[in-house]
Unconditional design. Structure first.
Length: 278
C-alpha cells in the first residue's frame, strides 16, 4: 500500500504522520518545502511530478477543497488517475453537505440539505467521484468531516476584549485533528468500498460553550455576551452559512465499525490539551 496525497494542508500533515507511524508508505505532492526528515517512509514530490506519484501509488487521499466547478482534483487529474495504479480513493468532504437540520441529529443516511453555494459544490464533488469510481470499478470512501480543531487551528485570545456570541440551541460538531487523522488512517487501511463516514466527536455543542471552556482555562475576565441577532448584520455570506446550519452529527458508524475510542471525545478534553495554543 502506498498512499498519495495531492497537496499538503493541515489535515494531510497529521494523516501522513499517522500512517508513517503505522509503517505505511506515502507520497506527498506539494509546492511547499517539507522537512522530509520527519518521515521515514514518506517522500515528497513537486507538483510537476503528479503523474509519477500516481503511477507508484495504490491509494489516493483527496483533501483539496472544491472550486466553483466542483472538485479541482477530479476536473484536472481524473484521466491521469484512471491511467495510474490507483485502486482506492478517499475523498474528504464536509458535514456541511447536510445543511440545516434545526438542531436534529444527522447520520450518513440523512438528507443532504445544502443551501449555500459552497456546500452545494461539495455535494456536486461527491457525486463526481461516485460516478467516476463506479464507472471505473475503483474503491471510494467519502469522509464527511466536521469542524477540525487542534494545534495552530484554535481560536487565539489576543484581544483586549472578547465578544461571545450567544445563539441558544444552535449546535456545531467538531473533531480534534488527532482523532480525525487516526480515523482517516483506519479508513485507508480497512479499504471499505462505497462507504460514507461522518467524523465528529461525541459531544456537539453551542459555540458559546466551546469558547467558555477556553475562556475559563485562560482565566479571561474581560468579555461581553452578545445576542446573535445583534451580531448577524456584520457577518459575511460565508459566516452566515456557518451560523445558519444547525445540526448534531452522529459518529455512531465509525465507533461501531472500528470500535474506536476517541482520544478527545468532547471539546472540554480537546481544549485542555491545547492550552498552550490559546
Amino acid at each position: 500500500m502506498i498512499v498519495c496525497a495531492l497537496g499538503y494542508g493541515y489535515l494531510t500533515q497529521f494523516v501522513f504522520k499517522r500512517i508513517c507511524a503505522l509503517g505505511i508508505k506515502g507520497i506527498g505532492v506539494t509546492s511547499k518545502n517539507i522537512n522530509s526528515k520527519e518521515f521515514t517512509n514518506i517522500i515528497f514530490l513537486n507538483r510537476d511530478k503528479i503523474k509519477e506519484a500516481l503511477t507508484y501509488s495504490t491509494h489516493l487521499l483527496i483533501t483539496a477543497p472544491p472550486d466553483d466547478k466542483g472538485c479541482f482534483i477530479f476536473n484536472k487529474f481524473s484521466s491521469q488517475i484512471l491511467a495510474s495504479n490507483i485502486k482506492s480513493l478517499i475523498y474528504i468532504s464536509s458535514t456541511g453537505v447536510y445543511g440545516n437540520h434545526n438542531g436534529d441529529w444527522v447520520d450518513e443516511n440523512s438528507l443532504l440539505n445544502a443551501k449555500s453555494q459552497f456546500d452545494k459544490i461539495r455535494v456536486k464533488s461527491e457525486k463526481q467521484w461516485k460516478t467516476f469510481c463506479k464507472k471505473n470499478n475503483l474503491n471510494l470512501n467519502i469522509v464527511r468531516i466536521s469542524g477540525i480543531y487542534g494545534p495552530q487551528r484554535i481560536i487565539k485570545f489576543n484581544k483586549k476584549k472578547l465578544d461571545l456570541i450567544i445563539k441558544k440551541n444552535h449546535y456545531f460538531s467538531r473533531i480534534h485533528i488527532l482523532d480525525a487523522a487516526r480515523l482517516i488512517s483506519k479508513i485507508i487501511i480497512e479499504n471499505f468500498n462505497n462507504e460514507i463516514w461522518n467524523l465528529a466527536d461525541d459531544f456537539p455543542s453551542t459555540r458559546e460553550l466551546f469558547l467558555l471552556e477556553a475562556i475559563e482555562i485562560k482565566n479571561i475576565k474581560n468579555f461581553a455576551r452578545i445576542e446573535f441577532e445583534k451580531y448577524e448584520a456584520t457577518l459575511s455570506d460565508r459566516a452566515k452559512k456557518f451560523w445558519h446550519n444547525n445540526k448534531r452529527v452522529s459518529n455512531s458508524k465509525v465507533k461501531k465499525y472500528f470500535e474506536y475510542r476517541f482520544i478527545f471525545p468532547n471539546y472540554k478534553s480537546g481544549i485542555k490539551n491545547l492550552k498552550e495554543y490559546l
